[in-house]
Ligand binder design. Sequence first.
Ligand code: SF4
Length: 317
Amino acid sequence: MVVVERRKRKGPILTPSSLPCLGSMPTINITEGCAHNCAYCYTQGYRDYPGRGRVILFDNIPELVRAELHRKRKMPRRVYFSPSSDAFQPLPEVLDVTFETMSALLARGVEVAFLTKGIVNERFGALFAKSPASVYAQIGITTTSQRLCGMLETGAASPAQRLQVIEGLRQIGLTVRARLDPLIPGLTDTADNLRPLLAELSQRGVQSIAASYLFLRPPFAQRLSEQLELALGSDSAVGTWSWQSFADGVGGGQMIGPEERRSRFDWLGCLAAEYGIDVHVCACKNAYLAAGSDCQIAGPPMEAQLGHNAPLFDGLV
Ligand code: SF4
């Protein structure tokens, strides 16, 4: 049961992101909190995280976006949804706000990029079909196992539903990538788990995936650890590595060490190649390993068209 609380957003919406992987692209979070309730969700450590089972919906975002676009002399090229939530949560009121916001952007020629673990329904399919070249989708998926998914991502779409989303979006002409993030060592990065997933992706024409490993932060480390132990027991492969042996990562979090990660990514690259799939490593979380790599979380890079460091939009006028 998820409680939705409506609020009004204040201030500008189309502001540049400070996240390095998104460049200076504007990003929109339709909500604070997320009904997908992933056990590893890093937003659980955010100051404005509303708590499990509670979602704050900013229902005036479409009107704010329309007003900002109306005032701008130069449109942003592309807008990304949603760095700290998911635009496709299974909540009708959230989907309505997402739909209106994306419609407003696309109507003004602004591209839309998103990463989701939710269901992108027919209404969105019909919207995206009008301008498929303006929409960039990444579908988060690390397993075809409903059991694992139900344990790690309790409120998200099932793996089968996410594969259907990939298929449906590809059928209307979108370039769709899969995002294998976060991989959990010994659990979701095994051949037993990945081979069926890569086969399903390949069958649906996915030729490129992005990957990154679990980035562990104190606010959810305990919850995730307990959940895994409970569900998998001590004889699972997960029991062979220790949360405490993670190396220090950026921002106070922890990951498996860089050399271990390098060899696991190399192995994944070889495995995926068997299915005709390229692997792109997320450079934000793997700077040392993936310099120059682009996981295209928000679609293909735009620098070539805009000039390096060119502003994507000119701010309010
Ligand atoms: S879908 Fe993303 S934002 Fe939502 S709970 Fe999962 S990790 Fe967090």
